[in-house]
Design a protein around this ligand. Structure first.
Ligand SMILES: NC(=O)c1ccc[n+]([C@@H]2O[C@H](COP(=O)([O-])OP(=O)(O)OC[C@H]3O[C@@H](n4cnc5c(N)ncnc54)[C@H](OP(=O)(O)O)[C@@H]3O)[C@@H](O)[C@H]2O)c1
Length: 322
């Protein structure tokens, strides 16, 4: 089978389509034929060798996807060949087939196609965690959402709107405004240099925002702090572009809440994972949540998918189709 292997960290050209031995499902594992693998910004960080990749090189990149069960290992009781499944945080997903622990899989309902299922496992679960657990948005709350036309940003915007919040989106270029608006953003600020705080404060009626969702690196950090209202919440989540450096609690605005949000710290059991994925699938099936697939690529074009994502020109979800 073909898979996208990196033998060393580096630029997108380190991603090579390579023939690999066919995986076999060990006990408790399920072998899946991958229909679509999600490309996440996190993957670009793993490719660069920044973090979160306990597997040594050479390794198959990617952690997310959807497909069909082809075989099961000993002791697997929850799935059988033919079942449609999706997953997240399963290393080695940029591949034609992957063996995954059964507890990491969720069943995909008939109403949800493979591409949509693959598209929402990382970004959808993260967005719903941010807006319903980390800071449960209340009707009338004003939220500032960075990279609002990206995969995570579009889903987060819609979930905030579902909960009755108002969204100020920030995007880096004017051609992303319409996409962010279509997802429900009430206002969209175009800024790529970190000068958005005054406008966000003005758009929130002079008070600042109740919550800021910022995964956009050091350039946006101080502006996001500035844009918060009294006792606001800072949901920080983006390690790929770098952190703010050490924080002196005495110099932060008083009474704010700030944290690095990661969904699997909260959604840490198979039951939680399936319940939260099920809620996303239901929103999609009823039309409450729209999933924008911004680009699809043959598996062998993973390098191009990474180049496009890092060019800041993509919107929505990028998928590899083995
Ligand atoms: N903590 C968690 O659990 C978690 C989970 C999922 C994702 N994330 C983080 O969420 C963010 C979005 O992830 P995603 O997968 O949905 O990707 P994405 O938003 O589809 O694409 C990345 C976004 O980052 C911005 N960007 C790209 N290159 C940049 C650069 N060099 N400098 C500054 N901004 C750049 C772009 O937005 P603009 O050009 O419009 O600014 C782009 O939309 C990432 O930081 C990712 O690491 C965190």
């Amino acid at each position: 089978m073909r898979a996208i292997v990196m033998t060393r960290a580096g630029e997108p050209e380190v991603l090579q389509a390579v023939e690999q031995p066919e995986p076999a499902p060990a006990a408790g594992h399920v072998l899946v034929d991958v229909a679509a693998a999600g490309v996440n910004f996190m993957d670009t960080g793993v490719r660069r060798g920044l973090a979160w990749a306990p597997q040594p090189n050479p390794k198959v990149l990617g952690v997310e996807g959807a497909g069909r069960v082809v075989a099961v290992g000993d002791g697997v009781s929850q799935f059988q060949p033919g079942d449609r499944v999706a997953w997240v945080y399963a290393p080695g997903s940029y591949a034609e087939r992957i063996a995954i622990p059964q507890d990491s899989l969720v069943a995909v309902p008939d109403a949800i196609d493979d591409r949509t299922a693959a598209a929402v496992m990382m970004q959808g679960l993260t967005a719903s965690h941010f807006a319903t657990d980390f800071y449960p948005v209340q009707p009338g709350d004003v939220a500032l959402v960075h990279a609002a036309a990206g995969g995570l940003g579009l889903l987060l915007t819609q979930i905030i709107k579902l909960r009755g919040g108002r969204v100020i989106g920030r995007v880096s270029s004017a051609d992303k405004v319409a996409v962010a608006r279509e997802a429900g953003a009430d206002h969209v600020i175009v800024d790529a240099d970190g000068y958005f705080a005054d406008e966000a404060i003005r758009l929130s009626g002079g008070e600042g925002v109740h919550v800021v969702y910022d995964g956009s690196g050091p350039k946006t950090f101080s502006g996001s702090l500035e844009a918060l209202r009294r006792s606001g919440t800072f949901c920080w989540y983006g390690p790929v572009l770098g952190g703010p450096g050490p924080l002196d609690i005495m110099s932060l605005p008083k009474s704010i809440k700030i944290g690095y949000a990661i969904f699997f710290d909260h959604i840490h059991t198979p039951e939680f994972l399936r319940a939260r994925a099920g809620r996303l699938f239901e929103w999609i099936a009823t039309g409450a949540l729209k999933v924008r697939i911004g680009g699809t690529y043959p598996l062998a074009d993973a390098e191009q998918a990474h180049r496009d994502m890092e060019s800041r020109t993509t919107t929505g979800k990028l998928l590899l189709l083995p």
